[in-house]
Design a protein around this ligand. Structure first.
Ligand SMILES: *Cc1c(COP(=O)(O)O)cnc(C)c1O
Length: 384
């Protein structure tokens, strides 16, 4: 008997994140590549989870998540975005946004269905579509003098009778762009009168700068009726390793979501859910997050302003994209390797976020780092 498996994901190999992180640690480089904080979360959050464990909250929770946490999520969404989700039938706690996204796609996309994704695209979207037997349809963001943007005319032109879903992400990884009201209106115009679903990845919902508002699709009466809204506590509370997030969707969509969720993870760990529910009573940690990261963004941008990098806007997320064509003509991946090896700072090539490699001469830095880490990186980058 042959034990060879015919792969379901022929295009998946070792990711650039793994490669760059390994190279960064080998060379002792400051790792501004992979997107995670190098500082700890709030001790009060750790204490809340510890309390839950010590109180014996260590067995299976309800399949959809601890009711207290689902209530807290529903209350927050209503307060911030003005839409009341029913905590019992419309909110599901997930093992991070990655599982929420996979499950949203698996429950809704059938073999041969088309799913529109916008490039540069976060790495877990396309494998999810492929596992569902769907067909990814790529629309590239435009990139000009003022940075990245979505040409909604191109998205509209990509719609066919087979389109089942459109996947969007605001604030956007890797470009740091943020939807404004006109983006949301354009998306609504495209789907109105169709049965197209929307998957909205809002894991950076609390990182929007310069006084702008996060345009959650929950705010929009047309889009909220057809959207799986995904978010992640990992991004909001500096706990990327905990892998807890949630999906909010209308009851009929949530019912299908939970059929898959039930046999894919069944439940998400109990004490972290109780800890999060207790910690969420204070809105300050998420309400203050934009100011916290905006200070880091500004520190990092001011330092880079003295180099030959050309800064693209960073309106949200904890990413800063830069053009390097005044410094080097290497490909993005080679430039990142050179930067890690010779300058001692790791970055991620934006070309890694395209299905078919596209060179824009742009790389992504993550500024979710201690100020001292950012200063060390800036000292090294000053050589450029
Ligand atoms: C980090 C990230 C995710 C995954 O979130 P987890 O909760 O860690 O699974 C999803 N989408 C985007 C855009 C991200 O940056």
């Amino acid at each position: 008997m042959s034990t060879n498996i015919v792969t379901k994901l022929p295009n998946v190999g070792t990711t650039i994140f793994t490669v760059m992180s390994a190279l960064a640690s080998e060379k002792g480089a400051v790792n501004l590549g992979q997107g995670f904080p190098d500082f700890n979360c709030d001790r009060a959050l750790v204490q809340a989870v510890t309390n839950a464990m010590q109180d014996g909250l260590n067995q299976y929770p309800p399949m959809a998540g601890v009711p207290l946490l689902r209530e807290a999520i529903a209350a927050k969404l209503e307060h911030l975005y003005g839409h009341r989700y029913d905590a019992a039938s419309e909110i599901t706690v997930t093992a991070g946004a990655t599982q929420g996204i996979l499950t949203s796609v698996l429950c809704a996309v059938h073999a041969g269905d088309e799913v529109i994704v916008i490039e540069p695209v976060y790495d877990c979207y396309v494998p999810a579509i492929e596992l569902a037997g769907g067909i990814p349809v790529f629309v590239q963001m435009t990139v000009g003098e003022r940075g990245y943007g979505i040409d909604w005319g191109k998205v509209a032109a990509a719609v066919t009778p087979k389109t089942r879903m459109i996947m969007v992400n605001t604030p956007h990884n890797p470009t740091g762009t943020v939807f404004d009201a006109s983006d949301v209106a354009a998306l609504a115009d495209i789907v109105r009168g169709t049965d197209i679903l929307v998957l909205s990845d809002e894991v950076y919902e609390h990182m929007v700068y310069d006084g702008a508002q996060h345009q959650s699709l929950a705010r929009h009466p047309e889009l909220v009726k057809r959207s799986f809204i995904n978010s992640s506590f990992g991004k909001t509370y500096h706990v990327t390793g905990w892998k807890v997030g949630f999906v909010a969707a209308p009851a009929a969509m949530t019912a299908e979501f939970r059929k898959v969720h039930q046999f894919n993870v069944f439940t998400v760990n109990t004490p972290v859910q109780y800890g999060l529910a207790a910690y969420m009573k204070d809105p300050a940690p998420y309400l203050d997050l934009s100011a916290f990261y905006q200070q880091k963004r500004d520190l990092f941008r001011q330092g880079l302003a003295g180099t030959r990098f050309e800064l693209l806007p960073s309106e949200g997320t904890y990413f800063q994209c830069v053009r390097y064509d005044r410094i080097s003509s290497l490909s993005e991946a080679d430039f990142c390797k050179w930067l890690t090896t010779e300058i001692g700072v790791a970055a991620i090539p934006v070309s890694a976020f395209y299905n078919t490699p596209k060179e824009s001469g742009i790389v992504r830095f993550c500024f979710a780092k201690k100020d001292e880490t950012l200063r060390l990186a800036l000292d090294r980058l000053a050589a450029l």
